[in-house]
Design a protein around this ligand. Structure first.
Ligand SMILES: O=C([O-])C(=O)C[C@H](O)[C@@H](O)C(=O)[O-]
Ligand SMILES: [Mg+2]
Length: 435
């Protein structure tokens, strides 16, 4: 029993959007290096019945402006009406420039702006629905089919610290030996049982050596490498052949569905993507655009509720992938605890999820978050699915205020890994394919 009457509406009375910044190590990728702070937005929806729900999204200025514009349209909306939510968000965007602001520093193109903007509001509405019913969000998504969600050890090449600052606790990772050390530390602490290496940083030959070193150090753990489209088709084919029997999947070796399809025909392992299939119209067979399914370009889609339109639409994606025989994994960016809770509920309630999910969680300072400590923790590389009503996490308003102050002071309003790297390597050119 809940204290709420059945049939009662819960209308949105207030929407608060707070940009926050948290420390991020100098993680290298093919477009540059992470800046000293990652920016996110924290969304709180409060209903006329006094219930609040949480969402988390990108913190880039263009996205923040769209979130704020959409928020003005949501007053009075019943939190159960997420179809109307999407419609109002779409209306708030009409005629607007919709490029940029997706928090991926130039790495994802073509995701649907409306769904990216609607996503954190939908998550907050689901959080409220769960609180009203006294049920966890995973129940609203059809029920948890697992009580723990596996995440992968997400390894990055990295500098020992940000230039001019003290080395961070992780140390440098610029060669296979140092990467194995990073993996040992991360797996020792979190217990992960799958490994992903962010590649596209050094020539493929060196990254193959790193993957082989990881295979030797962790013989039983599934491995992946993701150069974010940094390799040409021939370079991708060469890597795929060299890593036969070593990778569980090869993620975005080369840009575009057509290039991926060419690679897929020549390499033994399945290809996965969070770059060339990032919107619903990238899935179906009829052209245009180039058909992901018909061309067999990818066999695994990394879903991400932040850009696929929330938890409901991510479940729709899971159903479509199942229908088309595509595997399903999960993508992440630098994120805080609200996102981890939403990812965990979604993963728990997605029967066809076949892989350990990505998470940037270990790279975050454990003392920096906007949720009250203790709701989420890793053991054996997995997060137990919260069973409290809603997302199962509470906002720590002092922590929110601290991270907001940090946002105001840090000077970063757009993620720009390329500009940051160019401060130290002025000739750096991320244009793909780099190899
Ligand atoms: O799988 C991916 O493509 C990512 O995780 C994208 C991220 O932006 C990652 O490259 C990063 O954080 O540098
Ligand atoms: Mg990826």
């Amino acid at each position: 029993m809940t204290e709420h009457e059945s049939g009662e509406q819960h209308k949105i009375e207030d929407v608060r959007i707070t940009p926050v910044a948290f420390h991020d190590p100098p993680l290298l990728n093919t477009v540059g290096v992470h800046e000293p702070f990652a920016v996110r937005s924290i969304i709180e929806i409060v209903t006329d019945s006094g219930i609040s729900g949480l969402g988390e999204s990108y913190g880039d200025a263009a996205h923040l402006a769209r979130l704020r514009g959409a928020a003005t349209q949501l007053t009075g909306l019943d939190v159960w009406n997420t179809n109307e939510l999407e419609r109002r968000v779409g209306r708030s965007l009409s005629g607007e420039n919709t490029t940029g602001g997706h928090g991926m520093s130039g790495m994802v193109t073509g995701s649907d702006t409306r769904y990216r903007v609607a996503s954190p509001f939908e998550v907050a509405c689901l959080d409220i629905q769960g609180k009203v019913l006294g049920r966890p969000v995973s129940d609203l998504l059809g029920g948890a089919v697992r009580d723990r969600v596996d995440y992968s050890a997400y390894l990055f090449y990295k500098w020992q610290g940000h230039p001019g600052a003290e080395p961070d606790g992780w140390g440098p990772a610029l060669d296979p030996e140092q990467l194995v050390r990073q993996a040992t530390t991360m797996i020792g602490e979190y217990g992960f049982s799958a490994i992903k290496l962010k590649g596209g940083v050094f020539p493929p030959e060196e990254e193959i050596d790193a993957v082989l070193a990881l295979r030797q150090a962790f013989p039983g753990l599934p491995l992946r490498i993701d150069p974010n489209g940094a390799w040409s088709v021939p370079a991708s084919i060469e890597v795929g052949r060299r890593l036969e029997g070593v990778l569980e999947y090869l993620e975005d070796p080369t840009p575009g569905i057509e290039g991926m399809a060419e690679v897929a025909r020549e390499v033994p392992m399945p290809l996965a993507t969070n770059m060339c299939v990032v919107a619903f119209d990238h899935l179906p067979p009829p052209p245009p655009p180039p058909p992901a399914v018909a061309s067999d370009a990818v066999r695994i889609v990394l879903s991400d509720h932040h850009f696929w339109g929330g938890l409901g639409r991510s479940r729709l994606l899971a159903g479509l992938c199942d229908t088309f025989g595509l595997g399903l994994s999960m993508h992440s960016n630098s994120h805080l605890g609200i996102s981890l809770a939403a990812m965990t509920h979604l993963a728990a309630a997605t029967p066809s999820l076949g892989y350990a999910c990505d998470t940037h969680w270990p790279w975050k300072d454990p003392d920096e978050d906007v949720i009250a400590a203790g709701a989420l923790s890793f053991s054996g590389g997995a997060v137990a699915v919260p069973t409290a009503p809603g997302l199962g996490v509470e906002l720590d308003t002092d922590a929110l205020a601290r991270l907001h102050e940090q946002y105001l002071g840090c000077g970063i309003t757009e993620r720009d890994d390329t500009a940051y790297l160019r401060r130290f390597q002025p000739a750096f050119d991320p244009t793909p394919p780099r190899w």
